[in-house]
Ligand binder design. Structure first.
Ligand code: HEM
Length: 493
């Protein structure tokens, strides 16, 4: 697998070997050169490897990509995300490109961000919420995903596991957020149909990506004229907002009926009241942020995990043995106990999931914008307003951090001699970001991924359809371009 990926990066030759470490590109030539780059966004690993981990790019002033620094150097990332955190905000370009995120946490800086972070921290790390979420996942697994796969295993149908997982995580995210399950994953295998608001998210991600590599003046003009990618994005945004208002109204209608709801919206409503006339926008935008944070990321992580496990039978066998040793109810061939204590014992599985997230971080790159001038540990100078992009994808494949075997899928690298999970600082294992803006959903993500992984792997063998090519799709979340086409059969009859 290492060879395939390493080979792919080099074979694509998207950048010449002789690109100098500071590149000046002028005029429209840049546009022509940028377009093929669209397919190369996630292959920055290669360029960074050949430029000592940090690369300064200078483009023409009229584009949105003039003057940026691309880095995968862990010391630079530690500096940007933690040591000199206050000097690096999201910046005005980020706010414009990601305007969809509105008043939500991803789009905030300074005191507004601090306030929102404190609120979401208290909600997402709350014990009651964790228990509520685990019940939702278990219920959805037992009553929907496993019966669905069971049905599929009886026929010869080819499934797109990535699509199935996206529907599953969308349903669980909505239920934990609004107390409302939109049932995007149907109970019946024959009822799979395209769902407009799930599709809307991927159209919006495409539009956001488009805004990254097209000069600002062009996408702004498209937006003004309501044409092209911007028009598609506008329609998708309306579809998503309509769906969210439906969910919010559902919650309002059932608020008094079910007192036991621990869904996040209940607490957000209280916060929203303090926002006065911005109440509706705040609730809607926070819902968008949490849906985007918790849906595409987990389904992407799971898809790459299942693919990697399916092509590494020894790893699969070790995971199955670990499940057998720790999760089975005595005397039965059944998994009924998903307590956090049991999940914590699954060290090898934890290592395998961390490996998948290292090699395929669901959010593949991060932006920052410098407020004042600064000097990075690599010696590179940063001027005010310079954009910095650190590539999570490249960092997961850096020899300097992971050693010569960095392209191999090796859960063992996460396990200490004493059989425990090795701690790797977050500025090296960067999939969940590092410093004060690190992910608030890391723990619940591991719980959800483990529950789904155990349930599926224990019951089913996954076979990737022969000849199906697996490649990353350039998107905001790192998906598989052509999905994950599989057949399943039961492990034990
Ligand atoms: C495998 C799953 C996940 C991965 C890899 C992941 C990764 C990340 C990354 C890279 C960031 C930094 C984004 C930025 O600053 O632009 C982030 C932030 C965040 N994540 Fe996650 N995430 C995952 C799941 C979740 C889940 C399930 C939630 C909860 C619903 C969540 C909530 C958040 C929040 C609220 C932030 C914003 C933190 C801040 O700006 O202070 N994440 N996540």
């Amino acid at each position: 697998m290492g060879d395939t990926w390493g080979g792919l990066l080099v074979k694509q030759k998207l950048w010449r070997n002789d690109v100098p470490s500071k590149v000046h590109v002028f005029g429209w030539r840049l546009l022509l050169e940028r377009l093929p780059m669209r397919s190369a966004l996630h292959h920055r690993a290669w360029i960074l490897k050949h430029h000592g981990g940090t690369f300064q790019f200078k483009g023409p002033w009229f584009t949105n990509i003039a003057n940026f620094i691309l880095t995968s150097d862990p010391m630079n990332v530690h500096h940007i995300t933690s040591k000199n955190f206050t000097n690096y905000g999201k910046g005005s370009d980020f706010h414009e490109i990601f305007e969809l995120l509105g008043l939500g946490i991803f789009n905030l800086d300074s005191d507004e961000w601090k306030h929102e972070r404190t609120l979401l921290h208290s909600l997402l790390k709350n014990k009651n919420f964790e228990i509520f979420l685990q019940q939702i996942i278990q219920n959805k697994l037992e009553n929907c995903l496993l019966p669905f796969l069971d049905q599929a295993s009886k026929g010869v149908q080819v499934l797109d596991l990535q699509d199935i997982l996206e529907r599953f995580t969308f349903d669980t995210a909505c239920t934990s957020l609004f107390g409302f399950d939109p049932n995007c994953l149907p109970y019946n295998f024959n009822e799979l149909s395209e769902i407009a608001y799930v599709k809307a998210i991927s159209v919006l991600e495409d539009m956001i990506l488009f805004r990254h590599y097209i000069p600002k003046c062009i996408w702004k003009l498209q937006k003004w004229l309501n044409i092209g990618q911007e028009k598609k994005g506008k329609v998708a945004q309306e579809t998503l907002h309509q769906f969210l208002y439906k969910c919010i109204n559902y919650y309002k209608g059932n608020e008094d009926v079910d007192e036991s709801h621990s869904c996040l919206l209940k607490e957000l409503m209280k916060e929203g009241l303090e926002k006065g006339e911005k109440f509706d926008r705040y609730i809607r935008d926070t819902a968008v942020n949490l849906l985007i944070a918790g849906n595409g990321t987990i389904s992407s992580g799971l898809s790459w995990f299942f693919w990697l496990v399916s092509i590494h039978p020894i790893v699969e066998a070790k995971i199955i043995q670990e499940i057998r040793d720790n999760c089975l109810t005595q005397g039965e061939n059944l998994i009924t106990n998903f307590s956090v204590e049991v999940l914590d014992k699954l060290v090898y599985l934890h290592g395998a999931i961390s490996e998948a997230l290292r090699l395929f971080p669901p959010l593949a790159f991060q932006h920052k914008c410098a407020i004042k001038s600064d000097k990075l540990p690599s010696g590179d100078h940063v001027k005010p307003n310079t954009k910095l992009i650190y590539s999570l994808y490249a960092m997961g494949r850096t020899e300097q951090i992971w050693g010569e075997d960095c392209l191999e899928f090796k859960p063992e690298r996460w396990i200490s001699d004493r059989g425990q999970i090795k701690h790797v600082p977050s500025y090296k294992f960067i999939a969940f970001n590092a410093g004060p803006r690190s992910c608030l959903g890391k723990d619940i993500s591991f719980v959800e991924i483990k529950m789904v992984a155990i349930s599926i792997l224990w019951k089913f063998r996954i076979h990737v359809v022969e000849g199906h090519s697996i490649a990353p799709k350039v998107s905001i979340a790192l998906r598989m371009k052509d999905g994950l086409k599989i057949k399943v059969n039961k492990r034990y009859d």
